[in-house]
Design a protein around this ligand. Sequence first.
Ligand code: NAD
Length: 265
Amino acid sequence: MSNGLDMKPPGPRENAVVTGAASGIGAAVARRLWQRGANVFMIDRDVDGLRSVSSNADAHGGMVGIFQADVTDGEKIEGIFAEISRHGGVDSVVHCAGVARIGTVAEMDEATFDFVLNVNLKGTFLLAKHAMPFLVNRKGSFTAIASDAGTQGASGYAAYCASKHGVVGLIRSMALDHGPQGVRCNTICPGFVQTPMLDQLFADNPSDRAYYEKTVPLGRFARPEDVAELAAFISSPAGAYLNGAVIALDGGSTAGYFSSAATPG
Ligand code: NAD
C-alpha cells in the first residue's frame, strides 16, 4: 500500500540550451522544447530578439532563461555553462547560431571568410567544448544545425559551404570521441528554411527564391518548425540510438537530380 512517504520526488527537469534562439530556427527549437516542459536556456548575441521570443514563452512548468553572448567568445560561453549547470546540469544543446555571406573565393575578402568560419565552425567548437563536461555528466545530446551546404557544394556560398562541411566533420568526430561517454552528437542539414536569414539572402535577387523553391521535390521550403520537430526528436528518448547522424531535412532536394517539369499534376 502506498502513502505519501513512499512517493519518489519528481525526477530532475530536462535542461536544454539553444543558441541562435532570438530568431528563425533557434526560436522555433526553444519554443518546441519549452512546450515539452524543458527548462530552456537561450543564447544569442541579439538580446532584444531573445526578450521578444521568451516573452511569448508558454513554458509548461519549466523555466526560460536568456543569455546575451557571441558564440565566438569562448570565455563567455564557458561562464554561461557554469551558470546553467547550477540549475542541475545540461541534458541537451541545440546549436543554431550561424551566419551566411554570399561570395565566391575570388569575390570574398579575407575578413568575411574569417567571420563566417569563426561564427559557424569555431562557434560550434566552443559550444561543444564548454558543454561537453556537463553533457558527459548527464549522458546528453549535442545537435548542430549545419546545412545541405555541409554535404554538397553551393555556388556562390564558398565560405558558408566550407564552414558547414567543417561542422559536419566536427560533429562526426565528436560522435566517435564522446559516444563511448554516453553523449550523442548529431547534425541536421536543412535545405532552405523560411527564416529572416533566407529573406536577407534573397533580398537582392527575389527571382532566385522562386527558382530554388521549384528545385524542392516537396514543392516548398522548410518551416522553422520542421527543423525544431527533428531537433526535439533527436534530444528525446526516442532518439536514443542516433549518434554521428547527418540528417538531410530538405524535402528531397539532395536525394538526386530532379526535374520539376516531370512532377505529376
Ligand atoms: P536567423 O538569421 O534567422 O537566426 C540566426 C540567429 O543566430 C540570430 O538570432 C542571430 O542573432 C544569431 N547569431 C548569429 N551569429 C551569432 C553569434 N556570433 N553569436 C550569437 N548569436 C549569433 O537564421 P536561421 O535561418 O534561423 O539559421 C539558423 C541556423 O540554420 C544557421 O546555422 C544557418 O546557417 C542554418 N541554416 C539555415 C538555413 C535557412 O535557409 N534559413 C538553411 C540551412 C541551415
